[in-house]
Structures are given as structure tokens and as C-alpha cells.
Design a protein around this ligand. Structure first.
Ligand code: TNX
Length: 535
């Protein structure tokens, strides 16, 4: 029997008995470092399943640091955003007719195990108790970097919304939240030595959406909230393109002529970039790094963007990337960047985020696209796409690992293809999502493999991890954001964590249907696809 868990665990055996979880049952931790985890678990089970467990009353659920049996599952591949090499997320979960045990070699592993238990309790909850099947699970991730990139520049998502997104990531064992903190439309993080970035650059977003930024205190609170849930927040400071907000704040950094193409709907595409030949550029970049890096103590990486430096000669772009890498390294961090950074000279410490899926680029319907974008933009796009095919092989040849984020399967700003049973959702579905992308179904999101579908990649070892991305040009509110994230986020987690290289749709759909209880309990909006039998 497959347990109703997403992502699917590595190894499960089930048997005929049950153990009933109900109000007042006790949870005992065997070391003090697990006390906070257990307390959060009790809180989560109360919200998700309406069952009130009690801390330390009796040992119905025992939680402990122990590595018994975890070597039955191979260690994960990839890189960790927090730079830890050895932290191990493999865990065991055993349900017998006498009680439940959750164990692992680290607090993080135990947290992953409790997350599975939380999903099980909710899936089986009925009238205030949950009869769990007796089972033994030994589990661990396929890839160590399992992320979501969230665009807070095109729409400013306030801290309460970001916390909800962190909760979603944690529920699906995703461990990286990559914040796209700066773009043409807004600069969202404080840099005390450059106050105009937030005084001027944070104003506004796309169209008439409100602007905003995270104060230093708010950012630190978010980072801590994520860390408590074993999610590392990786900051992205986009450069040398996508910097119109910088130029609004500090016009002296702008090239002589600032050019942009109007895309309609209040959006425009900038064709002006930071200039690597000007010393002011580097004083600025270093000031920003000096302020930003200490705000993200868990992250071993800084994301420098690097994508779509439209109009910039290749040599200048490469020179820019190389200098930016040096500055980040001088501050003790490593660089992750969008795939275009592979056109520069980089090495095995740099992570290259693969996004322009070759299959998507090849099958693009140029006639359709040309009716959607200004004519002036077409040759620029075409040139960028031509170069894109070489990025992943070039990154691998330089010894870098790929963070796999292909548009086809992991861009959650694609319109949803599945119809919804709800009329209001059908309206949303037609309005939200970038029309240049063909719509994608939930099923599309799980019928692929990060190794098989990435050009030039032959083994898990060449991949840093798997990261979904949600760009917010068409996503204006928290409701719309949740609607685009769920249920797709669960599918991304399945691909990033689960060891199965092919996922059976019918089996996955059955597990997915059981997830909606938690979403409803938490008030998270999700696409009510007619393809799924929701709980
Ligand atoms: C390309 S993905 C971009 C973003 C857009 C996105 C829309 C990437 C590195 N650059 O600026 O928001 O497409 O899907």
C-alpha cells in the first residue's frame, strides 16, 4: 500500500494493524534539541487535523536522534544552500499497534520525519482522531537543494504572505526559499548605505500595484521563521540587467541613455544595464553585498541574477559576472546565477540555474509570440534563445553544477491547463499566468525527470538540486499567488525529493487528492482541478 505522502518516501512497508492518534495522546522527545520541533509539530497537527496532542504526557509518539536503519537509503546528491556538507535528512518513521517512533541523525532529519507523520495524521483524520496504518518508512531526499524562487519585485508580497509560502515549502520538504528581491519594477531590501534604493527604488510595482520593501527587522524575522522550519532563504540581487529600480534611485549609475520597451499592462522591458567599466558600479555592488549578506546568515550563497542583460555585449556581460563572483567570494559566499552566467568563466563553486528549457525554446510558436510582444523585442529574444542552448553544457564543462528550473515543468507563472470545478477559479485561470507560455497541467508537472530532461546531464551528481520559480508579472495578490503555487508545488517537491525517476500519474493523483485537507484547514487557495478527487 502506498501511504498518502508527498513527496513519496524512499522505502515503505505497511501491515494490517492500526494505531489511533487522538486528543490527549502524548509526544516525548529524547533530547532537548528536539523540544522546539515537537512543539511546532503539536501546533501543526492541531491546525491541520484538529487533534490536540500533548507534550510529554505519555510516550505514544517518541521522537529521538538515532541513525538506525537510515543507511538503507542512499545519501542525497547535490549541494546545500546552507553550505552544510554532512547534515543528513534521512529519517525513520515507525507506526506499530503500540505507538509511533520518529528518528534521524539530526534535528533536521527528525523534522522531515515529523512532517511525514503530520501529513499522515491529516490524511486519516476523521471526527477528531486518525487511525494510522501500521507501517515502517525509511526515507531521504534524492537532491539536497529543493527550492522555490519567489518574485517579490514585480509584486511586493508582504511578510505575512511570505510566511505562508515558507509554510507550504516546509510541508513538502522544500528547504530553500530563493527571494528575487530586486528587478526593474522594485527594490525590496534595505541597504543602509544606499537609502534611496528603498526610499525611491521600492516605490511601486507592476501597474498600479503597491510597492514596498522588507525592513531589516522584517527580513531577519522571515529568515528566522524559515530557519526554524529548516528552510534557507537565499537572496537574489539581480545584476547587471533588470536594474531599472537602481537607476531610478541612483541615476548616476545608469548608462547615458536608459532604454526600455513598453510591454503594455504597465510593464516594460529594460534594455539598460550596469556598466562593468565604471568604478561607481563596483562601489555600489560591494555596498549592497556588505548590507545584504549579513541578513542571510544561513545561506552560503548569493544569487546574482545575470539573466537577460539585453543589449549588453557578451564580453561586457562575462566581465561583469566574473567581477561579481570575485566580490561575493571575497565576502565568504558562493555565487548562484541564472544560466547566462555560464557564458562567463566560472568554476565548480558556482551554481548555474538552468531555466530556458531547450524543448520549450525549440517548440516555441514564434507567430503566436510575435503577436504578443513588441516587434522591437523579437530579434533580441531570438538572439538570447539561440545562445541559451549552449549554457547548460558550458556550465557542466566548467565543472559547475546545475540548479534545475526548466520553464516547461517548474515555472509556476505558466497558466494552468486543468479546468477547475469552480466558476470563479475559471475566471482566475484565464487571467493569471503569462500568456507567452502554453498552459501546463498538474500531470505535466510530474511527468518528467530532472536528469533525463536536462541537456548534457547524465547523473544526479551533476545537479545541485531542483528549484521551481514563480514570477509575478501576472500575479497581483496573495490569493492569485496561492492559486498558482498549489497544487504544483507538491509536484516540484516530488521531483526534487522522491527517488522514483518516473511518477505514475494515477498513483500520484490519489496521494495529491488527500493533501487538500491541510490546504483548506490553513485557508490556502489552490486550483481545484477536475482531474483530482479532492479530500
Ligand atoms: C524570464 S527566468 C525571466 C524573468 C521573467 C520570467 C517570466 C529569468 C531568469 N528571467 O525576468 O519574470 O521569464 O517567466
Amino acid at each position: 500500500m502506498n501511504l498518502p505522502l508527498i513527496p513519496a518516501p524512499a522505502a515503505t512497508t505497511t501491515s494490517a494493524g492500526t494505531f489511533v492518534i487522538g486528543d490527549g495522546l502524548g509526544i516525548v522527545v529524547q533530547s532537548a534539541e528536539l523540544a522546539d520541533l515537537a512543539a511546532r509539530f503539536v501546533e501543526d497537527v492541531q491546525i491541520d487535523a484538529g487533534i490536540a496532542l500533548s507534550l510529554a504526557a505519555s510516550a505514544d509518539i517518541t521522537v529521538l536522534i538515532d541513525s538506525a536503519g537510515i543507511d538503507d537509503v542512499a545519501p542525497a546528491s547535490g549541494l546545500r544552500a546552507d553550505g552544510k556538507d554532512l547534515a543528513d535528512e534521512r529519517y525513520g518513521l515507525e507506526i506499530t499497534s503500540a505507538g509511533v517512533r520518529v528518528w534521524g541523525p539530526t534535528a533536521e532529519a527528525v523534522h522531515r520525519g515529523l512532517t511525514s507523520l503530520r501529513q499522515l495524521i491529516t490524511a486519516y483524520a476523521q471526527d477528531g482522531s486518525a487511525a494510522l496504518p501500521t507501517a515502517r518508512v525509511i526515507d531521504g531526499p534524492r537532491f539536497t537543494w529543493r527550492g522555490l524562487s519567489l518574485d517579490v519585485a514585480r509584486t511586493f508580497h508582504p511578510p505575512t504572505v511570505v510566511r505562508r509560502v515558507i509554510d507550504m515549502c516546509a510541508l513538502y520538504k522544500l528547504n530553500v526559499l530563493h527571494l528575487h528581491l530586486t528587478d526593474d519594477q522594485g527594490w525590496r531590501i534595505e541597504v543602509p548605505s544606499r537609502p534611496a534604493l528603498t526610499e525611491i527604488g521600492a516605490d511601486g510595482a507592476i501597474g498600479d500595484r503597491p510597492g514596498g520593501h522588507y525592513s531589516r527587522a522584517e527580513m531577519s524575522e522571515l529568515v528566522a521563521y524559515a530557519a526554524e522550519r529548516f528552510v534557507t532563504v537565499v537572496p537574489e540581487i539581480e545584476m547587471p540587467g533588470h536594474t531599472a529600480a537602481v537607476f531610478r534611485a541612483y541615476p548616476e549609475l545608469a548608462p547615458g541613455e536608459v532604454r526600455s520597451i513598453d510591454l503594455g499592462n504597465g510593464a516594460s522591458l529594460q534594455l539598460s544595464t550596469l556598466d562593468p567599466d565604471r568604478p561607481e558600479t563596483w562601489a555600489f555592488v560591494d555596498d549592497v553585498l556588505a548590507a545584504v549578506i549579513p541578513q542571510f546568515p544561513q545561506s552560503a550563497y548569493v544569487h546574482i541574477g545575470g539573466d537577460e542583460a539585453f543589449g549588453m555585449p557578451d564580453e561586457a556581460h562575462a566581465a561583469f559576472v566574473e567581477r561579481a563572483v570575485e566580490l561575493v567570494r571575497a565576502r565568504g559566499k558562493r555565487v548562484v546565477g541564472w544560466q547566462e552566467i555560464a557564458r562567463a568563466s566560472i568554476g565548480s563553486d558556482e551554481v548555474v540555474q538552468y531555466w530556458m528549457d531547450v524543448h520549450e525554446v525549440e517548440s516555441m510558436d514564434y507567430d503566436a509570440v510575435s503577436s504578443m510582444v513588441p516587434a522591437e523585442l523579437l530579434p533580441i529574444l531570438a538572439e538570447g534563445l539561440k545562445k541559451a542552448a549552449h549554457d547548460a553544457p558550458r556550465a557542466l564543462a566548467q565543472g559547475s553544477r546545475l540548479l534545475v528550473s526548466p520553464t516547461t515543468w517548474l515555472y509556476f507563472d505558466r497558466p494552468h491547463a486543468d479546468a477547475s470545478s469552480d466558476a470563479a477559479q475559471e475566471e482566475l485561470r484565464k487571467r493569471v499566468g503569462l500568456p507567452v507560455y502554453p498552459a501546463a497541467s498538474i500531470r505535466d508537472g510530474i511527468e518528467w525527470d530532472p536528469v533525463e530532461n536536462t541537456p548534457g546531464v547524465e547523473s544526479d551528481a551533476q545537479i545541485a538540486g531542483v528549484e521551481a520559480a514563480v514570477w509575478c508579472e501576472t500575479i497581483a495578490t496573495a490569493d492569485e499567488l496561492e492559486f498558482m503555487l498549489l497544487p504544483r508545488l507538491a509536484g516540484a517537491a516530488e521531483k526534487a525529493w522522491s527517488r522514483q525517476t518516473s511518477t505514475d500519474w494515477t498513483e500520484y493523483a490519489a496521494r495529491l487528492g488527500r493533501q487538500s485537507t491541510i490546504w483548506q484547514q490553513r485557508g490556502w487557495r489552490f486550483l481545484r482541478s477536475v482531474e483530482i478527487d479532492w479530500a
